[in-house]
Design a protein around this ligand. Structure first.
Ligand code: 3BY
Ligand code: FES
Ligand code: FE
Length: 422
């Protein structure tokens, strides 16, 4: 797709430390660029293995105009395909999830096996080569049960670094032995980058998330040096000490907890285990675990929250009793799909070991509040009075890291000559 010199100029003149210029949030042309260069060429978090636990289970995910089919085969391997028939292009699976044998196109019955090979195509004649008409594959990588896909022909190789770094952090939470307790789709009335930027800071939390009493204590302490009166300085010191103590204790029982920050890598990510405010156990209204059956082999309810953030489109919180995963997918310049998945131990019984309302309350509310903030931000970006504004280096460093990653990725691709210019 050709992109105009105006767009290239906007990408190249982005000022570090400031929010992006308005067209990045409002223009269809830039969304097209995002779909091609960001969503088309990077690893995207789209699902979790417990969404397709059995052979024949499949789900579909829309990445812009592409519908991707993820199927678990009889050999238990998961594979991803473009959800398009190789005959005359009908969409194959039109539901968000299904359980199937082979993949049968309902139009003329072309049938593909679980490896995407065309195994039946009637009336095509004896010289028709079925081998040349298999489904188009998409790269898929499960990282301890978190499913990432990449639409590029050659996906970024540094997913290996992410996988190796994250494995010891994620393993104790045993995603593959979880079940989906709840799944939600929320359309936010804003550009996908506003959703991501909002996620990368907690500057807004105190005023906007009254129920978010538990998580992410680190964000509460983004004071600038001249704001640190004695009381606040004492609080910060006490917090830092308690953090160090918690990390030592957790690492002692085999739970890696220290920060790993690679937000500017091609497959950028960050992780850290943090204690919860008020000695809390989980992201619930009363700060106690929502599910009595802890995850994997965990025995201690109070493990804080292991957070995992990825570029360009996800964040996750892993507690002792449940996991919440968020996947962001652009729909239009001013519309974004936020998919949220709540996971509990597969042996936990709803109504006995956990109450769904208690499990989902905090993040359902938080998502709604964040959606409202994103809506306001979008409305501002669309006004003539909008101008790029400064990020706080104390509370918004990861917003800058996101924008810097985004702009760097665009610049790399635009200068490597792999994109057509108008
Ligand atoms: O926790 C999150 O995922 C983001 C950052 C803090 C508030 N917000 C909902
Ligand atoms: Fe699928 Fe014809 S379009 S069989
Ligand atoms: Fe928020």
């Amino acid at each position: 797709m050709p992109f105009s010199p105006d767009i290239v100029n906007l990408v190249h003149r982005r000022e570090t430390g400031k929010s992006l210029e308005a067209p990045f949030y409002t223009s269809q042309e830039i969304l097209d660029l995002d779909m091609e260069l960001i969503f088309g060429r990077h690893w995207l978090f789209v699902a979790v293995e417990p969404q397709l636990p059995e052979p024949g289970d499949c789900i579909t995910v829309d990445i812009g105009k592409a519908s991707i089919l993820i199927l678990r085969g009889d050999d238990m391997e998961m594979r991803a395909f473009h959800n398009v028939c190789r005959h005359r292009g009908a969409k194959l699976i039109d539901e968000p999830s299904a359980t199937i044998g082979n993949i049968v196109c309902r139009y003329h019955g072309w049938t593909y096996n679980d490896e995407g090979k065309l195994i039946l195509a009637e009336h095509m004649g004896s010289d028709f080569d079925k081998n040349c008409h298999g489904l188009k594959t998409v790269h898929l990588r499960s990282i301890n049960g978190l499913i990432f896909i990449c639409l590029a022909e050659i996906p970024p190789a540094d997913i290996e670094h992410l996988a190796a770094t994250m494995a010891p952090y994620l393993a104790p939470h045993d995603v593959v032995n979880c079940k989906v307790a709840h799944f939600s789709e929320l359309i936010e009335e804003g550009n996908w980058k506003l959703t991501m930027e909002n996620n990368r800071e907690c500057y807004h939390c105190e005023a906007n998330h009254p129920q978010l009493t538990v998580p992410l204590s680190e964000f509460g302490f983004g004071f600038a040096p001249d704001e640190l009166d004695e009381r606040r300085a004492d609080d910060v010191r006490a917090y830092e000490e308690s953090l160090e103590k918690a990390h030592t204790a957790w690492e002692g029982c085999g739970l890696p907890s220290g920060e790993q920050e690679y937000l500017r890598d091609v497959t950028g990510f960050r992780t850290m285990r943090l204690p919860l405010k008020w000695e809390g156990e989980s992201h619930t209204a009363d700060t106690k675990v929502a599910s009595k059956k802890l995850l994997g082999q965990l025995t201690d309810a109070k493990l804080g929250s292991l957070s995992f953030w990825t570029q360009p489109n996800s964040w996750h919180h892993f507690m002792s009793d449940h996991i919440v995963c968020f996947s962001v997918l652009p729909v239009a310049p001013g519309r974004t799909m936020l998919r949220t998945i709540w996971l509990v131990n597969k042996d936990a019984v709803e109504g006995v070991d956990y109450q769904l309302e208690n499990l989902t309350q905090v993040w359902t509310l938080t998502n709604q509040q964040d959606a409202e903030l994103v809506r306001l931000a979008q409305m501002g970006c669309e006004q003539p009075g909008y101008q790029s504004g400064p990020y706080s280096q104390f509370t918004e460093p990861h917003v800058e890291a996101f924008c810097d990653w985004y702009i760097s990725r665009l610049r790399d691709h635009l200068t490597s000559g792999t994109v057509n210019m108008a």
